[in-house]
Write a protein of this length. Sequence first.
Length: 196
Amino acid sequence: MCSETVVIRAEKIAGSVYGSAIGDALGSAFEFIDASTIDRILGEPFAWNYQSALPGSLLHPRCGGLPTADTAMALAVASAIGSGEVLTSDCFAHQFLRDLSRGTGRFSDMFWTGLPDKETTKALLRLNGGCDPAICGEVADGGHGAVMRAYPIGFLTDREQVLRVAAIQARVTQGSSGSGCCGSSGSCSGIRCISG
């Protein structure tokens, strides 16, 4: 039987993923479009309805209302947390391969049509080839995918665990990148502070 704390935490993680997915889908039409263009097209600086990606945006001509690869990756992280397994690089690698692999992953369409970052796609190829998850990510690949997907980790109950797990999941695709690991840890720490 689940404790009330675990159920509340699961509900908070689900709520954060749902809310983020909605925001991701609303904002995906405007990837790399400057604020003045958005204001001119919408008549205000806010998107209240789903729209197809604007010409000049990274996702043009994608249909409106679809979350991007960021949401697919956050769902994979949340799935790893929900698996009940110890949150190691192996656990995250298994979940990333299971959920994001082209054509077979649960979130494959969302990931591959939603502008996946290059470091994650390269790491998935290396993981498929048998690379050790603890050393799979390569700093030279750069990127920020680990930060965009990390926020469900912020709902773990122990602060030290939050920081450790954020860095572990970042290293699977970013290597020992200071920015990927620190950004993920910072993002998760922020969630932990506001979630209580």
